[in-house]
Design a protein around this ligand. Structure first.
Ligand SMILES: [Zn+2]
Length: 478
């Protein structure tokens, strides 16, 4: 077997030359995901599933603190439920997969989202104000029958997500927590995944079907495209009315509650690849990495001594869940490439000379910086270096995102920015007519409007030239 063959199977295109091909190669070659024989579906491989587990771990901790409990609802939704909230049904119908001719006498939708099936139960579970707030989340798969080309993690017919569904007595509570979940998403992206986001409100035409309003976290990818990374919807009272959810208030009268729903999906892993990956492959931020380091013994002569030391280091670094790559028959160089491709944050090299000098060598995945560390400071130095990697990845990603957003004043500048593969920040009148124009002319959608808007805006709309009312981000999007 030619051991060097596999190196040629590394990433063969540069990220800044063919971004789309680069992305597909990284996802497949880093063993994050693969295509299925069923069109539009993806296989999430162990290297990516472990990132998903980190996301679950992080988010579960945060939302449980707020009072959310996890549960599970069925995959199948009776058509009659699905159609109860008309805006919702209209918004989702084109992408629903149906199971026909069931014993129930009606078609069953495969959940594209679970509002309707959950709220049918809620209408039976909620009786009085003492039952509120009700906060339930589920981790599950959903199906949206996409017809556009499959993009692993970004556009597939089935994907994994979590969907939180809460019910409150008042609009104020609902508003407050809708924002709170959004902020947890921002923290998740920034703290765990080292991904900077734009936090804001969706426009009327881009909000969730059936919602009062939608808040979102959005990323701008290195190719200037926007990626919606999480949404939190204040659903108002529309679903409660449609599903007959009522509660007896402290005043002894019957009231209609307020609801929100919120979700993030496995597309976050797609963002992780696009933002942090480089020409050698995947780069996993340390906090999101199952294995934070890989130990590669440099076996050139006195192998026994080196292996013994490598095993000691492996045990000493137990809390980082390091991998000890003592595979025989592969050169250190081959192993370096392999782990760089897979994105392990830190490489630890141990050779005969290092043992003599009572040191090991650390190599950072984010910037390839190499440093020698004395044996006695090992654990502290590894920890410190992982923190530096996490921080550097975020700062680098933030700088990159900022450089991909152009502030524009008019349609001409708008057009130019989009042609230059940038996202756009612009003053906008807020009218959906202007959104339609840029959608038709440039295939661009509004991402969101920052929550902190300036007061007394004096500028004009970039599109129609009338008085502007908000600042909004626009981009081509995934
Ligand atoms: Zn306008």
């Amino acid at each position: 077997m030619n051991k060097d063959k596999k190196i040629e199977l590394g990433i063969t295109v540069k990220k800044d030359q063919d971004f789309s091909e680069w992305y597909t190669q990284v996802v497949q070659k880093a063993e994050l995901a693969d295509y299925s024989t069923v069109k539009g579906c993806m296989i999430i491989r162990a290297n990516a599933y472990s990132i998903w587990e980190k996301i679950q771990e992080y988010l579960n901790k945060k939302i449980k603190k707020i009072g959310v409990k996890n549960a599970y609802f069925p995959l199948f939704i009776p058509e009659s439920f699905f159609k109860k909230e008309s805006e919702h049904a209209k918004g989702f119908t084109p992408e629903v997969a149906w199971i026909a001719n069931t014993e129930e006498g009606e078609r069953l939708a495969i959940r594209p989202t679970s509002e309707t099936i959950m709220y049918d139960s809620y209408s039976r579970w909620i009786r009085s104000h003492r039952d509120l707030p009700l906060r339930i989340n589920q981790w599950c798969n959903i199906v949206r029958w996409e017809t556009k080309a499959t993009r692993l993690f970004l556009r597939t017919r089935e994907f994994l997500w979590q969907e939180g569904h809460c019910v409150y007595e008042t609009k104020e509570e609902c508003d407050k927590e809708t924002l709170e979940y959004l902020k947890e998403y921002k923290n998740l992206c920034e703290e765990l995944l080292a991904l900077p986001v734009l936090i804001g409100k969706k426009s009327e035409s881009e909000k969730f079907a059936g919602a009062l309003y939608t808040l979102s976290v959005e990323g701008v990818m290195p190719d200037g495209k926007g990626l919606q990374m999480g949404t939190s919807h204040n659903l108002g009272q529309g679903f409660a009315k449609a599903f007959g959810i009522r509660f007896l208030g402290e005043d002894g009268k019957e009231h209609i509650p307020w609801q929100n729903s919120w979700g993030v999906s496995t597309r976050l892993i797609g963002a992780l690849v696009m933002v942090h990956g480089d020409d050698k492959g995947m780069v996993i931020p340390p906090r999101a990495a199952e294995n934070k380091a890989v130990i590669v013994p440099i076996l050139t002569g006195d192998n026994e001594k080196v292996l013994k030391r490598a095993k000691e280091v492996f045990r000493e670094l137990g809390k980082f869940n390091a991998i000890l790559d003592d595979r025989e028959g592969y050169t250190p160089g081959w192993k370096f490439n392999d782990w760089e491709l897979k994105g392990i944050p830190l490489r630890i090299e141990i050779g005969p000379r290092d043992i003599e000098k009572k040191q090991i060598v650390l190599v950072r995945r984010d910037n390839y910086e190499k440093m020698s560390v004395k044996d006695k400071n090992l654990s502290e130095e590894v920890e410190r270096t992982l923190d530096l990697i996490q921080e550097n990845l975020f700062n680098r990603a933030k700088k990159l995102m900022d450089s991909k957003i152009a502030s524009v004043k008019n349609k001409n500048e708008f057009k130019k920015a989009i042609e230059n593969k940038m996202a756009v920040k612009a003053y906008w009148c807020g009218n959906s007519e202007c959104e339609k124009i840029v959608k038709n002319e440039f295939s661009v959608k509004s991402l969101n409007m920052p929550l902190d808007q300036p007061k007394n805006i004096k500028e004009n709309c970039f599109c129609c030239g009338k008085k502007a009312n908000v600042i909004c981000y626009f981009a081509k999007s995934y």
